[in-house]
Design a protein around this ligand. Sequence first.
Ligand SMILES: NC(=O)c1ccc[n+]([C@@H]2O[C@H](COP(=O)([O-])OP(=O)(O)OC[C@H]3O[C@@H](n4cnc5c(N)ncnc54)[C@H](OP(=O)(O)O)[C@@H]3O)[C@@H](O)[C@H]2O)c1
Length: 367
Amino acid sequence: MSHHLAATTPSVRPSSTPLPLPLQRARPLSQRANSVATRTGRKPVASVAAAAASPTHRVDEMSEHQGIPERVAVVTGGNRGIGIEVCRQLALQGVTVILTARDEERGKAAVESIRSESNLSDIIFHQLDILDAGSRASLARHIETRYGKLDILVNNAGVGGVAVDQEGLRALNIDPKMWLSGKAAHLIESVIIQTYDEAVKCLNTNYYGLKWATEALLPLLKKSTSGARIINTTSLRSELQRMPNEKLRESLRDANSWDEARIEAMLSEFLEDMKNERLEAAGWPMMLPAYSMSKMVVNLYTRILARRHPEMRINCVHPGFVKTEINWNTGVLSPEEGARGAVMLALAPGDGPTGCYFDQTKMGEAW
Ligand SMILES: NC(=O)c1ccc[n+]([C@@H]2O[C@H](COP(=O)([O-])OP(=O)(O)OC[C@H]3O[C@@H](n4cnc5c(N)ncnc54)[C@H](OP(=O)(O)O)[C@@H]3O)[C@@H](O)[C@H]2O)c1
């Protein structure tokens, strides 16, 4: 894979937390007293799906008592792809949806399209760039003032971490099976443009942005009377079997020994190795390295959060290989199909699984 490393410090770095961070030694955490995220076995999947579809879990309009909707959801990156479909499907279930997008025009157009095509009114727009601290705070203030709580957060926004020569990619004619197997890695070397700046942007957006958005909205999620749901969008690329470094792979399986500081240290090490063109030698994933790392740490963060907030249902979901802009429309599923897992988890009952990984609507094992 050819790396065109930027000589300068990446400009995409948001002001609130610096990235890339200075290379630090990964620091093991002493075992926490907190219990491990409740994993209620494999069976709840069916009951989650059933409960989500059940009329008792549907919500109709506003609660008459307070004028506050029974369930309010925020979806990040809601203007296109899987995000807009998550918004539509949640709104169809009677949830009041705040469709967010970093670009106001694109976001408002998405809301309009859902309102007109699906004849839904309980969907509103609010600007949110997950990398902008002011934008995150403004959204939180808006929700606090208007609803006083948040019930569902779907962290969907994401970027691929690479640029691509689209014509070259089309000419390669890679079939979906090849993509999914990871065997396309060497084939696409010639058309993928992997830069250090893109890698930083990818880690910033997919992990740090998701974490910062969650932190900004956590005080409101804690006020949910139905027990909040957080759904983090991950990817098949996050599966630990794709991590060549055996020692790191084994360590990543044990979420109890990780916290945010240790994740940051690992990501700094990854970026340092990328800068020095030693990703392969150090055993990092070679297929979409920054993207894969970003989603591996999204999984870890999901488990850390679930452990920390047992009163919430916090899970991550791989939407499937969906035809959207992030994969240059090479996917095989429709965005409608890709949204189903996130929607199922958003509507899951209060005793459903938490700290788990879902491959679309089925519980899977990424670690
Ligand atoms: N498609 C797949 O096969 C697949 C597979 C596995 C996982 N995923 C994950 O699914 C999620 C949705 O992706 P998608 O397939 O629907 O791709 P997409 O069509 O490219 O959508 C990505 C969305 O993220 C938004 N976004 C990017 N940076 C943002 C930021 N800083 N603040 C707010 N929004 C931002 C984009 O907004 P703009 O329009 O402004 O750029 C866009 O709305 C991603 O997390 C992706 O990693 C997708």
